[in-house]
Write a protein that binds this ligand. Structure first.
Ligand SMILES: [Zn+2]
Length: 342
């Protein structure tokens, strides 16, 4: 006997499930927009970097990566959302090199086990671990390629792109990360969100094909070294320019999400951007290069698996369920953080 109830029940459960997911995702979107002004590299830049990196891959990889370019773009910001919810996430985005003195780059071991043996894990995590996290994520991506696990390849690629991009931001390599120690509060969002928001439309982010990295650990340390070297001009130029501007000319007020928000004025931003002489563009372009290079290197190191076999992958109910659970936990933490700080 054919039951008329069974199909109806399945349909209503599925409908309920997708309704809940849609609701959660839209709530998260709203939260992200509300938090947008203090998000690292700006959400826009992170998404752009992962997206542009995809175009640098060889055809054998593009068969999979281009098909999932929207996933890689949209999920480029996941690690920032997790910062508030997942223990151990926050320290993956930065390293306070100046905590270790002038010879930080000489004394810090390139590999994690040696670093833990010398400084202790708690101390390392306190001051940020981004160059070691890049190595760890690259290892995970190589393993995901070896087992041809499409969901894992996508998730780790998106996260790895985020960490590599963060390591390119000068202010992610100093304990004075928001100018709080030098009377320049707000400089973090100014450099990595306000400037790209105003000027990145003119940036040239096209680079040639991805290149193989002989040593990802060395490259990761070169990234943070170059970022740290750029810190001097980031702070100095802002200070010099501030002396030339009246306070009411340095800032302007704009309506964002119906809230009157103080921002660096367009004139101040333009002058600062000029003084930095394309520094933001260069760091963003270097991010695109390194994300593509590392994705490609992991694939080569895994033996260049044939990605055509998994190109038909579409995230199913299981992946959507996992993502919804993850989003839900971020949301709960976000609400808790806000309630505690109220
Ligand atoms: Zn980040």
């Amino acid at each position: 006997m054919v039951s008329h109830c069974a199909p109806k029940k399945i349909f209503s459960e599925e409908a309920k499930f997708f309704f809940i997911i849609t609701l959660i995702l839209s709530l998260v979107k709203g939260q992200n927009e509300a938090l947008g002004s203090d998000i690292r590299w700006g959400f826009w830049a992170h998404k752009r970097i992962n997206r542009m990196a995809t175009f640098r891959l060889p055809p054998e990889m593009q068969v999979f990566y281009k098909k999932h370019i929207e996933y890689l773009t949209e999920n480029a910001t996941n690690p920032d959302k997790r910062r508030y919810a997942v223990v151990g996430e926050a320290e993956r985005h930065f390293i306070d090199l100046d905590v270790y003195g002038d010879s930080a780059l000489l004394i810090l071991p390139k590999f994690w086990p040696a670093a833990v043996a010398r400084f202790g894990e708690d101390s390392l995590r306190k001051h940020g671990i981004v160059p070691w996290q890049i190595q760890q994520s690259a290892y995970q991506l190589t393993e995901a390629f070896k087992t041809k696990n499409p969901g894992r390849i996508l998730k780790v690629s998106a996260d790895l792109g985020h960490y590599v991009a963060d390591a390119h931001v000068p202010l992610h390599t100093t304990r004075n990360y928001n100018g709080q120690l030098s009377g320049q509060e707000g400089i973090h969002g100014f450099w990595e969100s306000r400037l790209p928001e105003l000027f990145a439309g003119n940036y040239d982010l096209w680079i040639g094909p991805a290149e193989y990295c002989d040593n990802i650990a060395i490259e990761a340390w070169k990234i943070v070294r170059d970022s740290h070297l750029a810190c001097d001009s980031v702070f100095l130029f802002e200070k010099q320019l501030t002396l030339r501007f009246k306070k009411d000319e340095k800032y302007s007020y704009e309506l964002r999400n119906n809230v009157l928000t103080r921002s660096y004025s367009r004139e101040f931003s333009e002058k600062y951007h000029q003084m930095l002489a394309k520094q933001v563009e260069r760091r963003m372009k270097a991010s695109v290069k390194m994300v593509g290079d590392i994705w490609y290197t992991c694939w080569v190191n895994a033996g260049q698996p044939d990605l055509r076999e998994i190109s038909g992958f579409a995230p199913g109910i299981k992946e959507a369920q996992e993502q919804a659970e993850e989003q839900k936990s971020w949301l709960q933490k976000l609400f808790n953080v806000r309630t505690e700080s109220d």
